[in-house]
Design a protein around this ligand. Structure first.
Ligand SMILES: Nc1ncnc2c1ncn2[C@@H]1O[C@H](COP(=O)(O)OP(=O)(O)OP(=O)(O)O)[C@@H](O)[C@H]1O
Ligand SMILES: [Mg+2]
Length: 416
């Protein structure tokens, strides 16, 4: 990736929201591309972008929020809006006077924008969109539908041969989706990620709470990376950090709020009486996870190095990112029961249909890898839409009527 600006898939969602909703919020992790997006959207009318990163603007917004937002433009874009919470009441008052759609577009980098203050003030007047770092799908120059839009209705279209090599996949694991990480070669990328971790843990988390143990936050994030794509075990993390489990839970909530980690809930289903209820923890970006794990291209190439959790992190974040802008609305879960049956990721469509996704960092898919998916297929009957085993084999191979082993790259290559 050079210096070009890549189109963002969430842009059309933002424009749609602006066409019928007075206030739109674009929220997401630091450095995901929020400012770039809101500065380059093709607004239908006149627009003005102000940023509260600018101390003069922030002072003005705090001094007289009402006056600050009265500008003679169709859309006023306020970047880093969370820095002046007083704006939300002013925006509410203004929107109640004039409910035209698309009046305000706010960006921020923490769930503060979804916090009670703002949610209360703007309820019924606001739509919130998340901007994550690039999905692999966004970095491929393709117009067709994304994996998530195909897998429920035309899974047969997913069967193809991939040109992605093991080395390509390793590159993707190490880079993740942050534009600046994608732009840099490994040694410089490391410096960038180091700075990213330092600033986000210090600044974002300080914005969220006065954490007396702020010093432990980077270490907590590191432990999360060591455990990415595994079930959350709060007491084990608490043991390693030497702090109470309760404290770990509240810090994890802050890391989630800052978009640094995500929890994928356990699927609550009556298919098995012994379902495990712990969520699965995933670092929000695979490049960040790989950086925090301290892995390199050389160490990942070494025989016997476990790349499974990083590969699953790539898959989970790709699906979550595609769901943040796709036509398809689905929820994402993981499934395991105490007898050892598990499916890494379960996608559930609003009509109840289910797609199971297993991830194996192997190049030789076998029938035994489909155990969990077969369990789902048998129990769900017609609700079971498709089961895929994502592996690093380049060939797609059907394994029975509604199941196939697919190359991992199917997630972003399909529909080209
Ligand atoms: N669509 C894009 N294509 C290419 N590069 C991009 C794109 N969006 C952002 N970038 C690059 O990524 C970096 C971060 O972008 P930007 O400042 O827009 O992110 P942000 O989410 O506003 O970050 P922050 O939360 O720190 O304000 C910049 O160097 C920018 O040039
Ligand atoms: Mg910004």
């Amino acid at each position: 990736m050079g210096d070009d600006i890549f189109p963002r898939s969430v842009a059309h969602r933002a424009l749609e929201a602006l066409s019928d909703t007075p206030v739109v919020v674009v929220n997401g992790p630091r450095q995901a591309g929020k400012t770039t997006l809101v500065r380059s959207l093709p607004y239908p009318g006149t627009s003005l972008v102000v940023t509260l990163d600018d101390s003069a603007a922030r002072a003005a917004a705090g001094y007289d929020p009402r006056a600050f937002i009265e500008r003679s433009v169709d859309t006023l874009v306020i970047d880093e809006a969370q820095l002046e919470p007083g704006l939300f009441r002013a925006i509410k008052a203004s929107v109640d006077q004039d409910r035209r759609p698309g009046r305000f577009l706010l960006t921020g980098s923490s769930r503060l924008l979804a916090a009670p203050d703002m949610a209360d003030a703007l309820v019924g007047r606001v739509e919130t969109l998340d901007l994550w770092p690039f999905a692999e799908r966004e970095l491929v120059d393709a117009d067709g539908p994304a994996f998530i839009d195909v897998v429920f209705d035309q899974p047969a279209a997913l069967l193809h041969r991939s040109a992605v090599t093991r080395a390509d996949l390793t590159d993707r694991l190490l880079r993740g989706g942050f534009p600046e990480a994608a732009r840099r070669r490994p040694p410089r990328r490391r410096a960038w990620f180091d700075g990213y971790v330092r600033t986000t843990t210090e600044r974002v988390i300080r914005e969220l709470a006065d954490l007396e143990r702020l010093a432990e936050t980077p270490r907590l994030l590191q432990l999360c990376a060591a455990r990415t794509a595994t079930e959350l075990n709060t007491s084990a993390i608490a043991g390693e950090l030497g702090i109470p489990a309760r404290t770990v839970s509240s810090y994890l909530a802050h890391l989630t709020t800052a978009f640094l980690v995500r929890l994928i809930p356990a699927w609550s289903t009556n298919l098995s009486a012994k379902v495990v209820r712990r969520p699965k923890l995933v670092v929000a970006d695979v490049g960040l996870a790989a950086h925090l794990q301290g892995v390199t291209g050389a160490s990942l190439a070494r025989f016997g190095t476990t790349r499974g959790p990083l590969v699953e992190t790539l898959v989970a974040t790709e699906l979550l990112r595609q769901l943040s802008w796709s036509e398809t609305v689905a929820t994402i879960w993981h499934f395991r029961d105490r007898s050892g049956i598990e499916v890494d990721l379960v996608l559930e469509y609003p009509d109840g249909r289910v797609v199971g996704v297993e991830v194996k960092a192997t190049s030789t898919p076998r029938g035994a890898h489909f155990k969990g998916l077969r369990f789902l297929a048998e129990r769900l009957g017609d609700r079971f839409a498709f089961g895929c085993l994502l592996t690093s084999a380049p060939e797609a191979t059907p394994f029975g009527p509604k199941m196939a082993a697919l190359p991992i790259s199917t997630l972003w290559e399909v529909g080209d």
